[in-house]
Design a binder for this molecule. Structure first.
Ligand code: IMP
Length: 405
């Protein structure tokens, strides 16, 4: 049976958690494949509101199992907090499996993430400070600690010793801070290994069995396409690939088993952290979008930057992920606007372009070219059927649809 992927089409925070939780009722497994607890997926259902950062959205459904795939970086303390919170609220967490190949966010990653940001000064990326970048750096630098390592006490000390010596040299000699204690980290490591053990699996093998057994998998994207390490607004991106092909790599299945890619975008655009944002509205429009849309980061609480829907960016997302269909969220946030803009192209050095340039200096320079549509000035909150939407809201959605498909 096939797998389905749900991908963010903008800079994250598109409402993936909500859509995944809704769709999860029709699948057997939900799999996170990239990122870490830099993601925040709020899920609102009959049982209340759940702030999930690592556990796949969908775990609230009694028959759905969750997998944290090999492509994720895991902070075990955060994972434990989330599992305890879910257990306290009556959700069976034994249905959560963690890949033995997933990398661990160690205490020195969190410290270094924050020290590196501080050192970047005005060039700071605005990371979430959760150690995600440094953990992926160690993965590609082949000095990472994997979940499977936490279970093997025989190699534990020697693995940590070498790495910690190197990290402490950075912390003390480059950043002039106090070194981290080997004993403290070893203590954490032993504790993590103990409680994690029942959850740890060869999840790639598990996924092959699920596919062969005619069960359905939903692949849960984290962050969004514009934060993708290769295809996003580099260097103002996260440290992993967020696009659909990464769902195969980060879970351990062939790309052909992904049968459908659903993109999620807001009806406008937001961004948290630094970096170019062509359709940003740093004015009353942006403030109104932010207030009505409750645009504050779920991990950091930071105010999100807001702007008009940027169709050029979303088309880029559709292309690099091979998106088959889209869900548009938070349309009701636009209810009070008399006129609504959609960015349909850019002007770069006096020329019209219809793509997102790769060079940072060009991304900063492009000026949005807008199509101006009439607003609908009616409350659309709670509308469930297409036919009940005001005509101008239908026009807005149809304009976006025609631009892409
Ligand atoms: P990092 O992933 O913490 O290294 O942060 C790198 C960039 O990605 C920063 O601009 C963050 O604000 C942004 N970012 C990371 N995760 C998310 C997310 O889940 N939603 C929105 N932005 C995110």
């Amino acid at each position: 049976m096939p797998a389905y992927a749900v991908i963010g089409g903008q800079w994250g925070d598109e409402g993936k958690g909500k859509v995944i939780d809704y769709l999860a009722g029709n699948v057997d497994y939900v799999v996170r494949y990239a990122g870490g607890n830099n993601a925040g997926h709020p899920v609102v259902n009959e049982q209340g509101t759940f702030q999930l950062h690592l556990v796949p959205s969908g775990i609230c459904w009694p028959d759905v199992r969750g997998i944290i795939g090999n492509g994720v970086v895991v902070n075990p303390d955060v994972l434990r907090g989330e599992l305890d919170m879910l257990s306290d609220r009556g959700i069976d967490t034994a249905r959560l499996y963690v890949s033995e190949r997933a990398h661990v966010i160690m205490p020195y990653h969190i410290l270094l993430d924050n020290l590196e940001e501080e050192a970047r000064g005005s060039g700071a990326i605005g990371t979430t400070g959760q150690g995600v970048g440094p953990a992926y750096m160690d993965k590609t630098g082949r000095m990472g600690i994997r979940i499977g390592d936490l279970l093997d006490s025989s190699t534990l000390e020697s693995k940590l010793k070498r790495t910690l010596e190197f990290k402490n040299a950075l912390i003390t000699k480059i950043y002039n801070k106090n070194p981290l204690s080997m004993e403290d980290i070893l203590g954490k490591w032993r504790e993590w290994g103990q409680w994690l053990r029942p959850h740890v699996q060869s999840t790639e093998k598990l996924i092959q069995d699920i596919l062969a057994g005619n069960q359905r998998i939903l692949l849960e994207g984290a962050q969004g396409t514009l934060l993708d390490l290769d295809h996003g607004s580099y260097p103002y991106v996260t440290s992993s690939n967020t696009i659909a092909s990464a769902a195969a790599t980060g879970s351990g299945q062939g790309v052909k088993s992904i049968n459908y890619v659903l993109g999620i975008t807001k009806a406008y655009t937001t961004r948290v952290g630094e970096g170019p944002f062509p359709s940003e509205q740093d004015n009353d429009v942006g403030n109104e979008l932010g207030e009505k849309g409750h645009e504050f980061g779920t991990v950091t609480g930071r105010k999100r930057r807001c702007g008009w829907f940027d169709a050029v960016l979303v088309r880029h997302a559709i292309e690099v992920s091979g998106i088959d269909g889209m869900a548009l969220t938070k349309l009701d946030v636009l209810d009070g606007f008399e006129k609504i803009n959609i960015c349909t192209a850019y002007e770069l050095d006096g020329k019209k372009i219809d793509y997102f340039p790769s060079a940072l200096q060009d991304q900063k320079k492009v000026k949005p070219i807008y199509k101006r549509l009439d607003g609908w000035l009616q409350n659309t909150k709670g509308i469930r059927r297409w036919k009940d939407l005001p005509p101008n809201a239908k026009k807005y959605v149809n304009f976006i649809k025609k631009y892409f498909f």
